[in-house]
Design a protein around this ligand. Structure first.
Ligand SMILES: Nc1ncnc2c1ncn2[C@@H]1O[C@H](COP(=O)(O)OP(=O)(O)OP(=O)(O)O)[C@@H](O)[C@H]1O
Ligand SMILES: [Mg+2]
Length: 134
């Protein structure tokens, strides 16, 4: 299905996707977030579909999830769980400007989704066009 900074994605024969991670830290973050979403029975954040957690393999660092079509929000490999990162005000300001530029007049929907994630302890900063699709 594709690849990114964190690893590779393959579609399975069960209409699920497996994301194979290159690094332990990213695997742990993604897994933790999907487990949190699953505990809250969340399959959508606002208008965005979120993949459903299917399973994992710690040894191989693989997370299996459902395949979603846009509008979606995914990729929790760089999300923070339960603890906000201690980004400086300047970093946050820079990030906000960047996200605003990326999403234009749909920034409101994106920010609402990120607030909803924060409400369940998921602090998501990896807002980019491949990860959040309309
Ligand atoms: N469950 C899914 N359903 C549909 N498409 C998916 C799914 N998971 C990933 N994809 C597609 O594969 C791409 C790469 O996945 P993902 O963003 O999770 O990988 P990544 O390695 O963390 O990428 P990067 O770090 O470059 O953002 C996504 O942008 C998306 O287009
Ligand atoms: Mg991504």
């Amino acid at each position: 299905m594709g690849f990114g900074q964190d690893g590779y994605l393959w579609a399975t024969e069960q209409t699920t996707a497996v994301k194979v991670f290159a690094r332990q830290g990213n695997y742990d973050r993604e897994l933790g977030c999907y487990q949190r979403l699953s505990e809250h029975n969340i399959t959508a954040i606002g208008n965005f579909r979120v993949p459903r957690f299917v399973g994992c393999n710690d040894e191989l660092m693989i997370v299996e999830m459902s395949i979603v079509s846009p509008p979606f929000l995914l990729d929790f490999g760089k999300a923070y769980l339960d603890q906000r990162p201690d980004y400086s005000p300047e970093t946050i300001e820079y990030w906000e400007a960047e996200v605003k530029e990326l999403f234009g007049d749909r920034i409101g929907e994106v920010k609402a989704a990120l607030r909803a994630l924060a409400a369940i302890g998921i602090y998501y900063y990896d807002a980019k066009l491949g990860n959040i699709k309309f």
